[in-house]
Design a protein around this ligand. Structure first.
Ligand code: XIL
Length: 345
């Protein structure tokens, strides 16, 4: 049977997965490495390119795991999506506590960010095709205050101007790599869609940055969906991609998974052949894939882990427990979602 990557190639589409380095290196789990290498044409570090992993103690970068992924990609003729330069999560403790206790001033923080971006982007110049420069900068309608705003550590300490700075510093370090703004809840746009407001906010934000000649090349739509929120609509998802495209941007789905609440309706071991909730999971994967294929600017489609054996969902969403969010089951058997995106390709 043909792989996802062979089929995606015919559309000029990169098909990627987030990679868990511990699983990749586990000699007792050879299927993980094999599927990563054969089914995907692109890889993203699930964690090892985040600031806390790269610079666990101040001034001492640990490049080994990230370098290893870059080597793996090269051997398997895969592109690499760099994730992530600026984000409020998974920051090193020395940085957040230094800001908290006042030992790192605002000017110093800005300089540390400039140095971090410059160091990381320079190191992987020519080896990475897309960088998530800024991740999740915008609040959600359920946040407090509910009015959409710039959220998190960086906006709080540097003000929203950090976005323009970050893209400019990244561009200075590598003139060719594609620079992305990445976020969730911006998958759809269209009447009656609850994600409308955030999609609109990000659209206006990016448009504003472009008007200031900020070097932003693309918008990444994460695609962390859940079957409890119902089915996305292909036209509304296509519409969101088209709006960003009209700004002259590339688009991508960067972290797709579709989780389900593990209640009476969904039990471990259930399959989409018999369970309508899980059919909805497969259907949502397919909606995003169809939209991506319908819009030329959509250059890559990345899943956030490919197997239920290695997925962030059960550890992250535990009340109520959620799971079964990926395209392979825990035994590396392809699920309906795998077959559906394959037939879309
Ligand atoms: C997640 C990883 O999958 C987990 O292993 C880690 O503990 C927390 O972060 N949005 C992002 C990703 O941009 O970096 C997050 O990854 C998932 C949500």
């Amino acid at each position: 049977a043909q792989s996802l990557r062979t089929l995606a190639l015919r559309h000029g589409l990169q098909i990627g997965t987030a990679v868990d380095m511990a699983a990749l290196n586990n000699a007792n789990d050879p299927r993980y490495r094999q599927i990563t290498a054969t089914e995907f044409s692109s890889v993203t570090a699930e964690n090892v390119m985040k600031w806390e992993s790269l610079e666990p103690t101040r001034g001492n970068y640990d490049w080994a795991p990230a370098d290893q992924l870059i080597d793996f990609a090269k051997r398997n003729k895969q592109t690499v999506r760099g994730h992530v330069l600026v984000w409020q999560n998974q920051l090193p403790g020395w940085l957040t506590s230094g800001v908290e206790d006042g030992s790192i001033s605002k000017q110093e923080l800005r300089e540390l960010l400039r140095k971090h971006i410059t160091t990381v982007v320079s190191r992987y110049k020519g080896k990475i095709s897309q960088w998530d420069v800024v991740n999740e900068a915008v609040s959600d309608p359920w946040d407090n205050p509910p009015t959409l705003h710039y959220k998190g550590f960086w906006a709080q300490h540097l003000g929203p101007g950090y976005l323009a700075d970050a893209f400019r510093w990244a561009r200075a370090a590598d003139p060719k790599v594609l620079l992305f703004y990445n976020d969730y809840n911006i998958e759809a746009f269209g009447s009656g869609n609850p994600a409308n407001d955030k999609t609109q906010f990000v659209y206006d934000m990016v448009k504003g940055l472009l008007a200031q000649r900020v070097p932003i090349d693309g918008v990444g739509s994460q695609g962390h969906l859940g079957t409890q929120y119902g089915n996305y609509d292909t036209l509304q998802v296509t519409d969101a991609l088209k709006r960003f495209t009209a700004l002259g941007l590339a688009t991508a789905f960067t972290e797709v998974d579709v989780r389900s609440e593990m209640t009476e309706a969904v039990q471990a071991g259930d399959s989409a052949e018999i369970n309508p909730r899980l059919q909805a999971s497969a259907a949502n994967f397919s909606v995003l894939m169809k939209a991506c294929l319908a819009v030329r600017s959509c250059i890559s489609f990345t899943v956030w882990g490919f197997s239920d054996k290695h997925s962030w969902v059960p550890t992250w969403f535990d009340n109520p427990p959620e799971g079964l969010a990926t395209i392979y089951d825990e035994n590396y058997q392809p699920k309906r979602a795998y077959h559906e995106i394959k037939s879309d390709l």
